[in-house]
Design a binder for this molecule. Sequence first.
Ligand code: NAP
Length: 324
Amino acid sequence: MAGAGKTVCVTGASGYIASWLVKLLLAKGYTVKASVRNPNDPKKTEHLLALDGAKERLHLFKASLLEEGSFDSLVDGCEGVFHTASPVYFIVKNPQDELIDPALKGTLNVLRSCAKAPSVKRVVVTSSVAAVTWNRKPRTPDVVVDETWFSDREFCKENEIWYELSKTLAEEAAWKFAKEKGMDMITINPSMVIGPLLQPTLNITAGLILNLINGPQTFPNEIYGWVNVKDVANAHIQAFEIPSANGRYVLAERVAHYSEIVKNLHELYPTLHLPEKCADDKPYLPTFQFSREKAESLGIKFIPLEVSLKETVESLKEKGFFSS
Ligand code: NAP
């Protein structure tokens, strides 16, 4: 097994993506040091402790993004560091406190711990297409958004897209820090992540699908890239394991407007009460493309959107978020 005898760590381990990452790392034989904010909260830890291999090779640590030095003992002795912890909220009252400080200061806090630990060979940071897509360049059906794109912080501020700003500032600062320190760092930049939940609580992006089932009778006039959580976790591990991996990796199986998501859900589940109308009367936002080339170089064979949607709905149902 690729990970046998190796120790790695995952920040924000109880989260949606990180839980899958911990599961796949344990399955590959790694010893995993995992940070959670509150190790005494069973909702944040029980699903991790129940994973195959957890009893023997999972070690929980308490750490918080805004506490300087909080991650020192977590990264110490690790060859690989996966930094996934960052708040994911699309609606906030105070963007600085709720999003920007934990994302930006938290990332630098983790990277400073990594720079102090001689064991660390590579750091994989979970960034987002939020740090890629949001600039003044037009997005039309012929445009392919790839890893050379960067979101523009001024554009994010003007449009008050605070989550996007938090991820943009965090990734910019991470690259600057890594360059200064000569650190081997990679960013994974997923689009909207869906697929089965391991954790018992609802995360924001699976919640977007639940909202189509349980929510208002309209769908948003919005268009996103979509990717399965298992592909995202796998890409993190491949980026750590493949020596030649470098730079950023955009992850999107497909770009789809909400109308297409609803259409797919309707085909999969004809009896579900799904919204029939768009929330506004404007033309649908134009589609565009995300490059898959670099992600495929990691060996990712993207799970089709239809499968991801089915897995999401089945998981939401199984966890009791809705009954059909
Ligand atoms: P999630 O389930 O909400 O997980 C976020 C994690 O960050 C949680 O474990 C949370 O800890 C931790 N966290 C938040 N604030 C923290 C703080 N101040 N100190 C310590 N930990 C803190 O969301 P997710 O979707 O898995 O997101 C994980 C990462 O992927 C994030 O960096 C996010 O930006 C990125 N990402 C997500 C998507 C997506 O569509 N879901 C797409 C692209 C990128 P608690 O459990 O204690 O709250």
